[in-house]
Design a binder for this molecule. Sequence first.
Ligand SMILES: NC(=O)c1ccc[n+]([C@@H]2O[C@H](COP(=O)([O-])OP(=O)(O)OC[C@H]3O[C@@H](n4cnc5c(N)ncnc54)[C@H](OP(=O)(O)O)[C@@H]3O)[C@@H](O)[C@H]2O)c1
Length: 243
Amino acid sequence: MKMQDLNGKVAVVTGASSGIGEAAARLLVQEGVHVVLAARRRERLDVLAAELGSFATVVETDVSDRGQVQALFDLVKDRFGGLDLLFNNAGLGINAKFEDSDPDDWKKMIDVNLYGVLNCTQAAIPLLRGRAGAMICSVSSVGGRYGVENWSVYSATKFAVGGFHDALRKELGPERIRVSVIEPGAVWTEFGQNVSEAMKERRQQLEALTSENIAQAMIYAFAQPANVLVEEILLRPVLQVAP
Ligand SMILES: NC(=O)c1ccc[n+]([C@@H]2O[C@H](COP(=O)([O-])OP(=O)(O)OC[C@H]3O[C@@H](n4cnc5c(N)ncnc54)[C@H](OP(=O)(O)O)[C@@H]3O)[C@@H](O)[C@H]2O)c1
């Protein structure tokens, strides 16, 4: 089957300063895609951009801030005239038993994992319109399919992402904008605050995935012919038989 040639396409990657987003930016540039790197840690983005050269543009962005998100997409419009891929990857998880969890932490997760996705998606849609093979791809989690103990609010935010995409797909499908969700299990990244040593060891025992594994799944979906929608990819280490 003929895959799409990604050369010359334009992508926004949120959460590009580490982990899955950083790996995705690298793979996209290898395919000849111009990548706009968005996250809060400017210095990390600058180091990555120096490595990627003229194919990378840095825009320091807090995805929970609508003004900053609009400025990001205004820049994309001015510089590139449109957008082919929004990779909604920025996210955070704070581990706690729900009964003991801090409402300030609920808000932090909802602001980034849900409002961040809503802000970026709404600003991106006009730029994706009319571009063959355009795609919105968002990183949810196995926690967005199965509730995971001690990640209850995080799971709730990712379930919300799934529901949002299910509805959005019906709104944007007729316009040929593909709406895709990736649901990773355990991945080796900086992800997860308040994670106990025991949980870190479990990740090791599970032979957690690499960021590149997830980035490749995204590229697989993006590079399909423009009429092919890969709606959802759930991938996890084979040893991770439960969420
Ligand atoms: N690692 C796993 O096991 C796993 C499993 C399932 C799903 N996921 C999901 O995978 C995605 C990527 O996480 P990761 O594993 O690569 O972890 P990570 O290395 O901690 O990366 C998270 C990224 O999100 C960015 N971010 C956080 N808050 C942000 C904000 N307000 N505005 C903009 N960017 C923000 C961070 O950048 P700055 O701090 O520089 O802003 C960072 O680049 C997340 O959505 C996460 O929920 C991860």
